[in-house]
Design a protein around this ligand. Structure first.
Ligand SMILES: [Ca+2]
Length: 372
């Protein structure tokens, strides 16, 4: 079983980030001021901060959870947050039942966290080893990343949920730190399953903690450079957690990434215009936009991920194909690095330009709604 590879990678990165500092850097200010804005392990109840405050005990009575939920959106709304620069979200996700990962048959089974009216923080798939021979996107993002089923799981079959009389659950711990300074925060957790029966897959949250940090995590130039290397790591989880370490470093990391990506990023407005053109009434125009986006390669992944939840089946179908093939323009490691770097930049700067309303993860695109 692949229980710990992503955790190991994440631990290695954390270790690298917390290793003793050279003497010159030790004069920097002490750690961030951290305020716990919200914490619930659901052992008692969930309040009106949740759009669906349903709590349960796991069948073997080993854990409490918010849920279980199906293919729906569940929101956490926090208000009166006070002054802060960053939010650190820690959550244990329970994937319950026959999750099929990124499989084309019975899948993909997609799970997502988004900031309402803000960025998609994570759009991934989970797969149970008994159901997902094609693997899953976690620890990474769907559809570009691929890892063995249950990669990054902290525990497997520990909750007592059964699917056709066999134990079928996995627990995924997540910690994501991102810039946020508003008085209110709404997080949308959602899933979309490709499923035959409504009880095939479900999900729950085992623990949710939201902390407010007064500043980003400072990183030395040497550590920024090391994370730049790790962004292109062949292990999807290592690359994924390196991206999140950069996002947690905020403006310093953005400045560093700007330097690395000079001349490589097309104007966002142009990319968004091309994505809008993917839904043109004329097939020729849609094809033209697909080809232009494909030519940019991995650096347009942030915009493609934003469009992956589009209401248009045609756009979703074309975007998923572009995300799948975005790595072909350059070597896999370089493409992964560029895609992650562009995405880190977008996540760091999401509060600067207004973003369109985030839509929940939508049903997977299987058939275009218009024929050529
Ligand atoms: Ca499924």
């Amino acid at each position: 079983m692949n229980r710990f590879p992503a955790l190991t990678a994440y631990a290695a990165i954390l270790l690298a980030l917390t290793a003793p500092l050279p003497a010159r850097a030790q004069s920097r200010p002490a750690g961030s001021r951290v305020v716990v804005a919200y914490h619930n392990d659901f052992s008692r109840q969930a309040g009106k901060e949740w759009s669906q405050p349903t709590v349960a005990r796991s069948p073997n009575d080993s854990a409490s959870l918010l849920g279980p939920f199906g293919g729906e959106t569940v929101s956490l709304s926090l208000t009166g947050l006070g002054k802060h620069a960053m939010v650190r979200l820690s959550v244990d996700v329970y994937a319950i039942g026959s999750w099929d990962g990124s499989a084309k048959t019975y899948g993909p089974d997609i799970w997502q966290i988004a900031v309402h009216n803000g960025p998609v923080l994570l759009r991934t798939t989970f797969g149970h080893k008994d159901h997902s021979r094609e693997g899953q996107a976690f620890p990474g993002e769907y559809p570009e990343d691929q890892s063995p089923p249950m990669s990054g799981a902290m525990a497997v079959n520990s909750l007592g949920y059964l699917w056709q009389d066999r134990p079928t659950d996995a627990t995924y711990p997540l910690t994501l730190t991102f810039p946020h300074s508003g008085e209110t925060l709404r997080l949308d957790f959602s899933a979309v399953f490709n499923t035959l029966g409504k009880d095939d897959e479900s999900w729950g949250l085992g623990s949710v903690r939201v902390e407010l940090l007064d500043r980003p995590e400072p990183l030395s130039q040497a550590r920024l450079a090391r994370l730049w290397e790790l962004l292109g790591d062949e292990d999807a989880g290592t690359s994924f957690w390196a991206m999140w370490a950069l996002v947690g470093a905020g403006p310093d990391a953005a400045k560093f990434l700007d330097g690395q990506l000079t001349g490589k990023l097309p104007p966002t407005r142009e990319v968004r215009a091309l994505i809008a053109q993917l839904d043109d009434v004329e097939w020729n125009k849609r094809e033209e936009a697909s080809k232009a986006l494909a030519a940019y390669g991995a650096v347009v992944k942030p915009e493609l991920l934003e469009a992956a939840g589009s209401v248009s089946l045609e756009v979703r179908s074309r975007v998923e194909e572009l995300l799948r093939t975005a790595n072909q323009k350059s070597s896999a490691g370089e493409a992964r690095r560029l895609g992650r770097a562009a995405r880190a930049l977008r996540l760091i700067r999401w509060q600067e330009p207004p973003l369109p309303t985030t839509v929940p993860a939508t049903a997977p695109a299987t058939q275009p709604d218009r024929e050529p």
